[in-house]
Unconditional design. Structure first.
Length: 213
């Protein structure tokens, strides 16, 4: 599991997963205009994105109070050892009060909830906990992306499990319109949905903003 998540972290760094999340977080931090903010990373895995987020914010003079959620005990312990306080919990039942975290992030996780009803429940939980903004970063479905991750996995020496999971994950990804519709159905908010390099897509919304029903 640790080996596979290390492959995921490398894929995020090389193919745009990390940069997509950080670009949107930067936009959110510019908008809320605070010198410090609390940030929750749901499904943190190897904690590569919160570690990069904290460093990127520090370079801008912003302190991020990072906390993470991870269902796997092994990965939760690994993330905690890396310096990110991590609770073992499920994205469907976040152990936080309503409106308790400034920014809630969820990267490369939503597509794992194949049933629409469960994906909607995850989005509702992110929405419930967020005080200022929610950032969802995921894969954009494309046969070109499927071929790319398959071919790249060999020279990068990905574990066979990582190779299989990468292909399956891309096929479960979202088009921009699908992600927008899913967020609207779950929350009543109209998200800002963008395409990013490496066949990544993001949705950002403001739970207490005027674009929410």
């Amino acid at each position: 599991m640790a080996r596979s998540l290390a492959d995921v972290a490398r894929a995020n760094a090389l193919f745009g997963g990390t940069s997509a999340a950080l670009v949107e977080l930067g936009r959110v931090l510019d908008r809320i205009d605070q010198r410090s903010a609390s940030v929750l990373d749901v499904g943190t895995g190897a904690a590569d994105i919160p570690l990069n987020a904290r460093s990127a914010a520090a370079r801008r003079g912003i302190t991020l109070e990072m906390v993470a959620i991870e269902r796997s005990e092994v990965l939760a312990q690994r993330a905690a050892r890396a310096g990110i306080p991590t609770a073992r919990s499920d994205a469907l039942r976040l152990p936080f009060a309503d409106d308790s975290i400034d920014v809630v992030m969820c990267s490369q996780l939503l597509h794992h909830f194949v049933e629409r009803s469960r994906a909607l429940d995850v989005l509702r939980e992110l929405h419930r906990v967020a005080r200022r903004a929610v950032i969802v970063s995921d894969l954009r479905r494309s046969w070109l992306a499927v071929a790319g991750i398959w071919l790249a996995s060999f020279p990068l020496r990905f574990h066979p499990v990582s190779r299989h999971d990468g292909v399956t994950s891309v096929l479960r990804g979202y088009t921009l319109s699908e992600l927008r519709e899913l967020v609207q159905a779950a929350t009543g908010c109209v998200p800002m949905v963008r395409a990013h390099r490496g066949f990544r897509t993001t949705a950002v919304w403001w739970p207490r903003g005027g674009a929410c029903a």
